[in-house]
Design a protein around this ligand. Sequence first.
Ligand code: SAH
Length: 368
Amino acid sequence: MRRLADRLQQRIARDGALRFDHFMNAALGDPEGGYYMTRDPLGLAGDFVTSPEISQIFGELLGIWLVECWQQLGSPNTHLVELGPGRGTLMNDMLRATCHVPHFHDALTVHLVEMSPTLRSVQQQTLAGKHPRIFWHDTLPECEKPILLVANEFYDALPIRQFEALRHGFSERCVGWDEAAQRFCFVSGETHATLPTAYPDIAAGALAEGSVVEVCEAAQHITRDLAAQIATLGGAMLAIDYGYVRSDHPAQAGIGDTLQAVRQHQFHSVLENPGGADITAHVDFSVLADIAREAGAKVPRVLSQHDFLNRMGGKIRLEQLLKHASSPEQQQALSGSYERLVSVNEMGNLFKVMAVVSPTVTAPIFEG
Ligand code: SAH
């Protein structure tokens, strides 16, 4: 099999410039050369670190939040679902933190949605013996019972389309091949009089020429499906990610280009070396919240990670852990890692937490 970059170049030569979501989809998920498919990118030795890998408090608090929703639902038999579980650390921490809640684990079937065979095997090792019913899926399974779901840094890995505002419409940003420079480059693709997707609802002419609008259709589909299931069968979910809420940025209806690529903890060119670096885009939480509400679910105001974790009692949990730490160094490490999650200069503000719950559930922390 030829290198992914060579195959993409060939595809462009044959079919013309690629839509960016098609390029990103291949760069991350191509079965042979996709970034996630062949490696475990998480951790200090990898390319990036996520909240559950930084502090156990993250997963513990998410688990407790889900238990509170489950109890409000009347403690039914439930599917506990995680989208993009990475190394399985978040699920492991959630299961450990909730193992003493009467009947909770008995009521659960655990489902992990993971496209990467490499990460699946890491998850299998992490979660061996942690729950008697754990199943893996490539895509979101059909659920016939209430669902409790978490997704941390999953939505930001879903492929996006980018549109550039023109005076009377939008042109799609595509990926072409620059023969002289021997590299991929952005080129203008098809022009549309209006955005070819219903969300976000931005009129042609509303933005300064050259502004970029991003659309993640995959995130929209998944959220619509989940919200409809939560509305009809009951349930609750938390999506945590880098992202924005449009009302926080009233001057910037278009928000702009948020694509970034990271390799070994350093920024990297988005188009260079597809499959060799992680590519992400910030999540448009306003659009996802609108879609979930339209599907019948309740979405309270999106919180920052700082507010969510602190209001969930993260500091109290930290105090408990500090008491049991074996050395001052360990205490320092525990405090430092929690601080990293909540500090507004680090992950506290950049990361947002969106809750989607069935109309009968009062979302703990978010409401009331
Ligand atoms: N939630 C984990 C890992 C985040 S990295 C954590 O917080 O540590 C993104 C995860 O989503 C990886 O497990 C990746 O393989 C998975 N993933 C990305 N796109 C996916 C898709 N389209 N379908 C299923 N899994 C996907």
